[in-house]
Design a protein around this ligand. Structure first.
Ligand SMILES: [Ca+2]
Length: 194
């Protein structure tokens, strides 16, 4: 003997079948269609809403419970920072293990009284050896006249994201201090993300 639950399943299945038959051109893209993909409705997480999702819900029709959903977060990241103080044309190198991450974002804030460019070298290391690198000149973006006698402070701000293609990266920041105003002070930040 058919139960009420069975009847509901039959009605739902019939409705879905009719829906399928009257759909002229099903598409995987949400563009140009009346309904948009909702990952919460994709019960089996296969990237499409179809009978498999609906039949699963139909089988559980009438059930009650706690609506809290378990979510797995795959995103993983780490970050760090360090201050530097470079005299004259000294340089500071940071070697950062980046294995297992996809992107590395580097941010530098610095201040000097020279007004010359800072140079930055971004290197990719494999088993400790430099396999590739790129050199970048950092230009100051702001001048601040803050001292008597016309001394000028220059501020630098840099941020860029690189694809990780090795197990470690070496970041070298080099100052361009003069004999008169030799010191460049700043902070280096890194953020690694999967
Ligand atoms: Ca699905």
């Amino acid at each position: 003997m058919a139960t009420k639950k069975d009847l509901v399943i039959v009605i739902l299945a019939t409705f879905c079948l009719a829906l399928t038959l009257f759909t002229v051109l099903p598409t995987h893209s949400s563009a140009g269609t009346a309904s948009e993909y909702d990952p919460w409705a994709d019960i089996n997480d296969d990237g499409k809403i179809d009978m498999k999702d609906i039949s699963y819900a139909a089988r559980l029709f009438g059930a009650y419970g706690d609506p809290t959903k378990s979510v797995t977060v795959n995103d993983n990241w780490t970050e760090g920072n360090s201050t530097f103080s470079l005299s004259f044309t000294d340089s500071q190198t940071y070697t950062i293990p980046v294995g297992g991450f996809k992107t590395a974002t580097f941010t530098i804030f610095a201040e000097t009284r020279t007004g010359f460019d800072l140079s930055l070298d971004v290197g990719w290391l494999t088993t400790g050896s430099l396999v590739d690198h790129t050199s970048i000149l950092l230009h100051y973006y702001e001048t601040i006249i803050s001292l008597p006698g016309g001394e000028i402070f220059y501020r630098y701000r840099y941020r860029s994201t690189f694809d990780v293609t090795s197990s470690a990266m070496a970041i070298t920041i080099q100052g361009n201090g003069t004999l008169i105003y030799p010191t460049t002070n700043g902070t280096f930040f890194y953020h690694l993300n999967t």
